[in-house]
Design a protein around this ligand. Structure first.
Ligand code: FES
Ligand code: FES
Length: 857
């Protein structure tokens, strides 16, 4: 037993805990201290004060805690906690909030020691052990400075659309009071752990659970043989097995073989390792180019080509041949991990009426419900899924991760079961950003006006479809960037391999394509003899232009020019000062488009307790969709934001697919506004559901036989300027001008853009998730991903542009998705401006995170 003082009270815990964090969370009921990566000590979420010093609890053995004073946020002076909550909420220093309690504890230890003398630079160095994937750290440092200098503002409660104010639940999130799924509890709760495959491609001959079942505290082990319904799930194709059963074949290292259910998570994890699996190991198919023509990579499916997306417009060959200047180059982008800070956790609870209630942190609770019901072989009405706002997602929580296994275990045991992935498992299991090889041919006339573009792209999609075909479709659609190109010939292919699954990730194929497009635009500018800014100015789309697959752009396209113009002065000043500079210009659709009929519904209900419920169907993952819902309700109903309660669950049929592609703000605002109008017209009766909807049903598929297909209803635009220090080559400053159509909440929009630039700089410079010849990721920890640290994050000047989108609620375009589309191109251009070298491969500065060359030749 180990005895220590926790928040002023003496506690004694068992010695079986792997580390102090496990003891705090499992035995002591502490939830402000989060588990983002235990036991690796690399995210900072579990930071506590031990004898007054900030320590990460997941690398603190119980021997170190013996006799110590341990302080968590639960034990801090409530007034002091309030000061931190106010400062973080008021400055917009949190988005998903999963990292924030750990950062608050670190900030307290710094401020306790340094007081007002704490510099921003010192704070950024000390935050080096804290991963925040959402904010870009800028507003976190604003908050820390405000507290140190005792100039804390009271968070402004949001008003209607367009007001700047604190995030919904921001104060409680900041100090760990709003629970994530992993912080929840239920009477009789058991914990599950997954056993993943040991090989990317192997026949599973047998699975012997006996050694795991013999472990004290283990209640059950379930495998594919225990699934009463469907074995495979999936967002578009039902091809992703929830278990690989005996007799099946693994297709990547994230495949699940079994779930072990035990009294405590650590017991379940230990037992899962003991399951004895016999394999016949097969050579994996891991080279994307060769996979196109080789044997099947994936068990039970025909062929390795997941999709081909192609279109032509005009006559490329003639136009290219007649061009005054031409370039031909191949660009290679890398696989990237989302690194959301909260690993996937699901809690499934059997209900008294014979159903199942599932708490999920996924991005589409209706898809989760339908797939869980299919796996259990029951009617979907028996399954309710409630969304618990998650700790970041960025597209990586669209597919099911452990929802089906948690649901199965709870269903079969008739007990509540929580399943959490370790960070190592999370890295292996969920879908990544596609590595794409892009070959570009581009031409322009003497004046630099683009004449022709041909693109051939291959993306490694991993074994299961996820939304890989849509990502490569989007890469094809966005291949020409926000430019007028009269002659196009574009094809992209998504290939199945035994590498990690690739799917949705902020930008969704547009980032990869526009890194290449911006590269050829800059090369052509040099041939013409004009600046990168001027080249873009001569080619940028305007309303009425024919774009990409033939879409005639509406008035929303005015934002492209406005973004470019917004950075012009900074561009000219930097050049005049002799600083290397690069500009990137990008566009990204919002919503799904491509002929998909999109319907979102929302419900407004006036409750007898005076509160107003707003029910919608979107996942809050830090981006602020709940805040948008509140602001729209305030705008339309004229009520106070504090009286509004936002709920997402599947008890009402509001389902609208995944929260992806900046759909949440756009369609959420439209449907909530419509529900409010229904409430106003219906007299706002108490306990009545007033339903509203927002529909986008006017887009076309690329293949539709119409002259000018409307591929997407809405586009966001952004230009980013990257300015380097001429001596060191370090990034000195980024200017980011983003057209959001209408800024529903400028504070939150800024945060989204700063966070995107942080993510975009990592994409450009250092991040990656390569695999070896066995399909095994070479990065197994957060640190190896090489995400940019707070001290290396340059200042970002955010410029919000509001070029309203016709046919969109309040003119909204969305902000999250476009965020890092222009970044990598701008960084590559700035580096070229400094040393004259063209760069074709991401990440630009970290060879170890690039793709394996032999996989792409
Ligand atoms: S959970 Fe301890 S540092 Fe990440
Ligand atoms: S707010 Fe920091 S990880 Fe989401």
């Amino acid at each position: 037993m180990t005895t220590f003082t926790l928040n002023g009270n003496q506690v004694t815990v068992g010695d079986h805990h792997e580390h102090l964090l496990d003891a705090l969370r499992v035995e002591c009921g502490i939830t402000s201290t989060k588990d983002g990566c235990a036991p690796s000590g690399q995210c900072g979420c579990c930071t506590v004060l031990i004898d007054g010093k900030a320590r990460v609890a997941c690398v603190t053995g119980l021997d170190k805690a013996e006799g110590a004073e341990v302080l968590t946020l639960e034990g801090m002076d409530p007034l002091e906690v309030d000061r931190y909550a106010n400062a973080f909420a008021a400055t917009g220093a949190l988005q998903c909030g999963f990292c924030t309690p750990g950062i608050v504890v670190r900030a307290k230890s710094l401020i306790d020691r340094k007081g007002a003398g704490l510099t921003r630079e010192e704070a950024s160095r000390h935050l080096g052990g804290h991963l925040c994937r959402c904010t870009g750290y800028i507003k976190i440092l604003d908050a820390v400075e405000a507290i140190a200098q005792d100039r804390i503002e009271v968070p402004v409660t949001v008003g209607g659309v367009g007001t700047r104010g604190a995030k919904y639940e921001g104060r409680s999130l900041a100090v760990g009071r709003r629970p994530f799924v992993g912080d929840m509890n239920a009477p009789g709760l058991l914990h599950g752990a997954l056993r993943l495959s040991d090989h990317a491609r192997a026949d599973v001959l047998s699975i012997d659970a006996a050694p795991a079942l013999a472990v004290e505290g283990v209640h059950a082990v379930y495998t594919g043989a225990d699934v009463p319904g469907e074995l495979r799930v999936g967002l578009i194709h039902k091809d992703w097995p929830v278990f690989i059963p005996e007799g099946g074949r693994t297709s990547y290292l994230g495949d699940v073989l079994a779930v072990v259910v035990a009294d405590e998570p650590a017991i379940a994890r230990r037992a899962a390792k003991l399951i004895d699996v016999a394999y016949d190991v097969l050579p994996p198919i891991v080279d994307a180019v060769r996979a196109i023509d080789s044997d099947d990579a994936v068990w039970g499916l025909d062929g390795n080509v997941l999709s081909r997306s192609a279109y032509t417009r005009g006559t490329f060959d003639e136009a290219f041949a007649a061009s005054a200047h031409t370039v031909h180059d191949t660009f290679q982008t890398q696989r990237v991990e989302h690194a959301f800070v909260e690993p996937e956790t699901t809690l499934a609870v059997p209900t008294d009426d014979g159903g199942l209630y599932v708490y999920s942190g996924g991005q589409g609770v209706w898809d989760d419900r339908n797939d869980i019901a299919a796996v259990l072989g029951v009617d979907p009405s028996l399954v309710t899924v409630e969304l618990v706002s998650n700790g970041g997602a960025f597209g990586g929580k669209e597919d099911m991760s452990n929802q089906a296994q948690a649901a199965l275990a709870a269903w079969l045991l008739a007990r509540p079961v929580m399943v959490s992935l370790t960070r190592e498992q999370s890295l292996l299991l969920h879908a990544k950003r596609h590595p794409i090889r892009l070959e570009y041919w581009a031409g322009c006339d003497d004046d630099g006006r683009l004449t022709a573009l041909k693109v051939r792209a291959i993306g490694d999609s991993g074994p299961y479809a996820s939304v890989g075909m849509k990502v490569l479709e989007r890469a094809a659609g966005h291949a020409c960037g926000p430019y007028r190109v009269p002659n196009l010939d574009v094809e992209s292919v998504a290939v199945r391999t035994n590498n990690p699954v690739c799917g949705a990730f902020r930008g969704f194929g547009a980032n990869q394509a526009q890194f290449a497009m911006e590269g050829v635009v800059d090369r052509l500018a040099e041939l013409v003899g004009i600046s990168g800014w001027e080249m873009r100015s001569r080619n940028v789309v305007v309303p009425g232009d024919e774009w990409g697959p033939g879409q005639i752009l509406d008035d929303g396209a005015a934002g492209a020019r406005q973004c470019l113009d917004a950075v012009r002065d900074a561009y000219d000043e930097a050049r005049a000062a002799g600083k290397p500079v690069g500009v990137g210009l990008g566009l990204k659709n919002s919503g799904l488009g491509n002929g998909f009929k999109e319907i979102a519904r929302a419900v407004v209900r006036f409750r007898s307790d005076g509160k107003i419920e707003v029910r919608h169907c979107w996942t809050e993952m830090g981006q602020g969709v709940h805040t948008v819902a509140v602001q729209v309700a305030v705008e339309e109903l004229g009520v106070a934001a504090d009286d509004i309660v936002v709920i997402v669950d599947t008890t009402r049929e509001l389902g609208a697919g995944q929260t992806t592609g900046s759909r949440g703000t756009l369609m959420g605002a439209g449907s909530v506004a419509d529900a409010c109008r229904a409430a106003n017209e219906g007299g706002r009766e108490v306990d009545v559901d007033y339903e509203g909807s927002y529909v986008v049903d006017w887009t076309n598929k690329m293949s539709d036989p119409v002259e000018h297909p409307v591929i997407h209803s809405t586009f966001g635009y952004a230009s980013q300027l990257v300015i380097l220090d001429p001596e060191s080559g370090d990034i000195e400053r980024v200017v980011a001008a983003h057209d959001v159509g209408r800024a529903v909440n400028p504070l939150l929009c800024e945060g989204q853009i700063e966070g995107s630039v942080h993510m975009g700089l990592g994409y450009a410079l250092s991040e990656g998730f390569p695999t070896d010849e066995d399909g095994r990721p070479t990065n197994t920890t957060l640190r190896q991903l090489a995400i940019i640290r707070p001290k290396d994050m340059p200042p970002v000047d955010v410029i919000l542009i509001e070029a309203p989108q016709p046919n969109s609620p309040y003119g909204v375009k969305g902000v999250g998705e476009i965020g890092l589309v222009p970044t990598a191109g701008a960084v590559a251009a700035a580096m070229h401006d400094r040393d004259g070298e063209w760069r074709n491969e991401l990440p630009l500065q970290n060879d170890s995170n690039r793709e394996r060359v032999s996989a792409w030749t």
